[in-house]
Design a binder for this molecule. Structure first.
Ligand SMILES: Nc1ncnc2c1ncn2[C@@H]1O[C@H](COP(=O)(O)OP(=O)(O)OP(=O)(O)O)[C@@H](O)[C@H]1O
Ligand SMILES: [Mg+2]
Length: 276
């Protein structure tokens, strides 16, 4: 699938990933970069032979089976698959919300399976940012206060908290909506706020479960491109679970999940080759 191909024109330039495609995006009024080639950054997330079985009465449901993944700093990847294929289960296991029945998840070189509950809580609070389908903002707080909240919980001081929250809301294009409450914001603006909140404590990993499912297609694409920009600015690793093939417009790789397994991995370069 062409990424704004001939319409916007491209420049090629060197980079950490060997090369990159860059294009000015008129919607975001900013340069977006597609990363090409091998990412030489450090491994942020590794899944080895991850399995998750649920037991309901006498029945066993294998939601995940033999999943291997390796994501490096700055990777932006999609998890695509039909309903029930195991995307949320995998995100929950990566994010330490759930434990695998077999296999190992390692984040920044630390095995989650060897961590205590307190250590997993700290990992979730400081190293991982979450983005949900329904935004999950607190309705009584302004956008600014919603973004400040995770820093407040982490004990970041008032002025630093405010400075970082303002910087992040500006990054996501909400510099002029900071004092609005969620009900005074559009769906896209609420998701932008949630993205800023996810970045608050400078995580290494952002996990987004169906982040555009409740948005129209134009707004959804804007949100995906914003995640791409966020990846560039904050140098985080981003995992996006979705049904939406629009993910190909932004992801470096897409893992196709079927029946709890990685059935196929599609790279941006392969995608381009089929267009050419
Ligand atoms: N807590 C649970 N107990 C039992 N089975 C579960 C549980 N959570 C998920 N499952 C099963 O595991 C499988 C994978 O579910 P999962 O929610 O990961 O799919 P998904 O790919 O996220 O689907 P969707 O696109 O609808 O969000 C499904 O068959 C589901 O019914
Ligand atoms: Mg799901």
């Amino acid at each position: 699938m062409a990424f704004l191909g001939g319409i916007l024109g491209r420049i090629r330039r060197g980079g950490r990933h060997g090369a990159a495609d860059a294009a000015i995006d008129p919607l975001l009024n900013t340069t977006l970069v597609r990363r090409l080639g091998q990412n030489e950054g450090e491994v942020v997330l590794a899944c080895e032979d991850v399995e998750r079985e649920y037991e309901i009465g006498a029945e066993r449901i294998r939601a995940l089976s033999g999943v291997d993944l390796e994501l490096r700093r700055g990777d932006l990847v999609g998890l695509m698959g039909r309903s029930g294929s195991g995307k949320t289960t995998l995100l929950n296991i990566i994010g330490g919300l759930d434990r695998p029945t077999r296999g190992e998840v390692t984040i920044e070189g630390r095995r989650i399976g060897a961590m205590s509950d307190d250590e997993v809580t700290a990992l979730r609070r400081y190293r991982i940012g979450y983005i949900f389908q329904s935004f999950a903002l607190l309705p009584v707080l302004s956008a600014l206060e919603n973004v400040e909240l995770p820093m407040h919980i982490a004990g970041v001081g008032g002025s630093e908290r405010r400075r970082r929250a303002e910087q992040l809301l500006t990054l996501v294009g909400l510099g002029r909506r900071m004092h609005h409450r969620p009900f005074e914001l559009s769906g896209g603006e609420q998701q932008r706020t949630a993205i800023a909140r996810a970045l608050a404590n400078r995580p290494s990993l952002i996990l987004a479960d169906e982040p555009i499912a409740e948005l129209d297609s134009v707004t959804g694409l804007q949100i995906l491109k914003l995640l791409m920009r966020v990846r560039d600015v904050e140098n985080v690793t981003v995992v996006i679970a979705t049904h939406d093939p629009t993910i190909h417009e932004v992801s470096d790789r897409t893992y196709h999940i079927a029946d709890g397994r990685v059935a196929r991995v599609e790279t941006y370069e392969e995608d381009q080759a089929t267009v050419a």
